[in-house]
Design a binder for this molecule. Structure first.
Ligand SMILES: Nc1ncnc2c1ncn2[C@@H]1O[C@H](COP(=O)(O)OP(=O)(O)OP(=O)(O)O)[C@@H](O)[C@H]1O
Ligand SMILES: [Mg+2]
Length: 272
């Protein structure tokens, strides 16, 4: 399905993602973990073509993703919908319109200008919201919803594009534990029931272990672990996070600072 070969992103002298290579041969739920600055977001952004790769290849069912331009590139971005930590909804717009925004790519400019949506799309949006347990909020402004509900609206907007993959960049980092659980369960169900691949950057090990079939660990831009959750022992986790003996499983990646990464960043800054 998805083949990633030597995918690399350099920002000046600093290498954010260093020859990342992995294959996804069937629909999976994959968690990407690693300390802050390990390259997790950059990896997802390259896959979705939000950021151009410096080197490497990405093949999806034989299609050379990094070479797509124009319409084909936009279609690819619909095929691998992104979800972000901050939801990226239009706060003052109602929930159902936010979800319908997921169809923008295939609507005419005039229809978009006048906020005209085909009736079938509106029904579909409500069905998707219903599936995520938030249909009753459809007429409310997005900003009136809790964080967990807003993230489910963002998932609904992604599903409106009928994506093959969902790429989620720290989807639960801003949520309390209850809301985090609802959102992770929604992503898991979408994977299991629809057969969509989900790749989620996660900031706790615990979440990766609980919800994912496979975990990719990144450190200093490199993939240093790729396996099933059972293989993710505390000592492996310590290596991924570059943490010392005081490493605590409960800590989140944003709290863990990789000493080597910090030194490398200082060196890179010195070169620039
Ligand atoms: N636009 C940019 N310009 C310069 N450097 C960048 C840019 N984006 C990311 N980087 C650098 O690339 C490295 C990887 O960043 P990235 O955001 O992918 O890490 P991350 O694993 O997602 O971290 P976090 O857990 O904090 O979100 C970091 O050193 C970061 O400073
Ligand atoms: Mg990130």
């Amino acid at each position: 399905m998805l083949e990633v070969h030597d995918l690399t992103k350099r920002f000046g002298a600093a290498t954010a993602v260093d020859a990342a290579t992995f294959t996804v041969d069937r629909p999976m739920m994959i968690g990407v973990i690693g300390a802050s600055g390990a390259g997790k977001s950059t990896l997802l952004r390259m896959l979705n073509r939000l950021t151009d790769a410096t080197e490497g290849r990405v093949l999806f069912e034989g299609r050379d993703v990094l070479r797509l331009t124009g319409r084909e590139r936009r279609d690819w971005q619909s095929d691998c919908a992104m979800i972000f930590q901050q939801f990226n909804l239009v706060p003052r717009m109602d929930v159902v319109s936010n979800v319908l925004h997921g169809t923008l790519g295939r609507r005419s400019t005039v229809a978009t200008m006048f906020n005209l949506y085909p009736r079938a799309d509106i029904h579909r949006a409500i069905d998707i919201l219903d599936r995520l347990g938030i249909a009753e909020h459809a007429p409310k402004r997005a900003e009136a919803l809790s964080g967990g509900q807003q993230q489910r609206v963002a998932i609904a907007r992604a599903l409106m594009q009928d994506p093959r993959m969902i790429l989620a960049d720290e989807p639960i980092a801003s949520l309390d534990p209850m809301n985090a659980q609802t959102v992770m369960e929604a992503l898991r169900r979408i994977h299991e029931e629809d057969g969509r691949t989900v790749i989620a950057n996660l900031h706790t090990l615990d979440t990766a272990r609980r919800y994912c079939d496979r975990v990719i660990g990144m450190r200093l831009g490199r993939i240093v672990f790729d396996g099933v959750p059972e293989q993710l022992t505390t000592s492996v986790a310590r290596e991924i996070y570059g943490a010392g003996a005081d490493f605590s499983e409960a800590a989140t990646s944003t709290e863990i600072r990789d000493p080597y990464a910090e030194a490398a960043m200082r060196d890179a800054a010195a070169v620039v």
